[in-house]
Design a protein around this ligand. Structure first.
Ligand code: NAD
Length: 353
């Protein structure tokens, strides 16, 4: 691994991973490709671009000529593929772009990587790492055992179906063409640079602005939560020590239902405001600034169509084979995330203007 291409590096996990690699592996040359859709934010990478630490290329992963030029010109030997449409609600309202980016975009990257690295013989020692999700495995009841790498794919949303298709393409390029691939399927991430349409940043930013906190259905849908920094470390381990052709489940050992999560965030925000009287002046609409509780903002809404009840990950393989354990507990990770949003209004406020 010398010249790394990170796709979707201006998005949530991609930006965190770009910062992570920049910090932990100064010997690597880092290139980022991102189309800067609504979910991509160049500000997340600004410090790295200004420092000359990364080369940023704005463009679409579906554009074959663009991708081929970067692979050749930058002598890329490793692709870490994050770029995707990632929001389930949007995939229900408008699925087409999910198929285009997640399936055709992944196919384009695989095809060009095969052409440049193998057919043209430019990089026999390469790696294509594909970032996927636990949502490809479908729905669990509250008592079902968690997903393993052997669990049958049963995607239920257009988002999950498009990610499942991309996972299959990655596997096919390994089996058919010998491309050196790995895939990781991860549970819900949270942390810095997270676009405020997803549950945790939505709650934090809505609480600060005194806006309702929408909770789907009965609020009892369960997700497993992993701090993005732990996810970045897991991806790095798979890149360094993962076996080509294998898939790895990554989880946080932190299952929680949505209403408990939202209530926890409310309690934490109440406590943060109680401990820092100055915040009330900055966020006058926030309930504690008016002597109220953040939980007053909780508001149940109609359930999401096809809403999976529970996702859970058994992460034995990555623990036993690669030694990966999450280090941040959810409680501590939420505290850090709240603090990050308090410290960086210049990042999230313009997105909500
Ligand atoms: P995100 O929506 O925050 O970021 C996606 C990035 O991809 C954006 O910067 C966007 O501009 C870019 N992009 C979209 N279409 C593009 C295109 N055609 N060409 C180039 N760039 C394009 O997503 P995220 O939450 O950071 O997720 C990253 C990856 O991780 C996705 O593949 C997602 O399926 C997967 N994943 C996410 C989670 C999670 O909890 N967020 C969990 C498991 C897996």
């Amino acid at each position: 691994m010398r010249n790394v291409l990170i796709t979707g590096g201006a998005g949530f996990i991609g930006a965190n991973f770009t910062h992570y690699l920049s910090r932990t592996k100064p010997e690597l040359r880092l290139c980022v490709v991102d189309a800067l859709t609504y979910a991509g934010n160049i500000k997340s990478l600004e410090s790295l671009i200004d420092a000359g630490r990364i080369a940023f290329f704005k463009g679409d992963i579906c554009d074959q000529a663009f991708i081929e030029r970067i692979l050749r010109d930058q002598k890329i030997d490793t692709v870490v593929h994050f770029a995707a449409e990632s929001h389930v609600d949007r995939s229900i309202r408008a699925p087409d772009i999910f198929l285009q980016t997640n399936i055709f975009g992944t196919q384009t990257l695989l095809k060009i990587a095969y052409k440049v690295w193998i057919q043209d013989g430019l990089c026999p020692e390469h790696r294509f790492h594909h970032i996927s999700t636990d949502e490809v495995f479908g729905d669990l009841s509250l008592t079902d055992p968690p997903f393993t790498e052997e669990t049958q794919y049963q995607p239920n949303s257009p988002y999950a179906a498009s990610k499942a298709a991309s996972d299959h393409l990655v596997r096919a390029y390994h089996k058919t063409f010998g491309l050196k691939v790995t895939t990781s399927n991860c549970s819900n991430n949270y942390g810095p640079y997270h676009f405020p349409e997803k549950l945790i940043p939505l709650c934090i930013t809505n609480i600060l602005r005194g806006l309702p906190l929408p909770v789907y259905g009965d609020g009892l849908n369960v997700r497993d939560w992993l701090h993005v920094e732990d996810h970045c470390r897991a991806i790095d381990l798979v890149l360094e020590r993962g076996v080509v052709g294998e898939t790895y489940n990554v989880g946080g050992n932190s299952e929680m239902n949505n209403i408990t999560l939202v209530t926890t965030l409310c309690e934490k925000m109440d406590a943060v405001f109680a401990g820092n009287r100055g915040l009330a002046a900055s966020y006058p609409e926030c309930p504690p600034a008016k002597g109220k509780s953040c939980a007053d903002l909780i508001h149940y809404v109609d359930d999401r169509l096809g809403h999976d009840r529970r996702y859970a990950i058994l992460a034995d393989k990555i623990r036993n084979e690669l030694g990966f354990e999450p280090t941040l507990q959810l409680d501590q990770g939420l505290d850090l995330t709240i603090q990050w949003y308090l410290d960086h209004p210049e990042w999230w406020e313009p997105l909500l203007a």
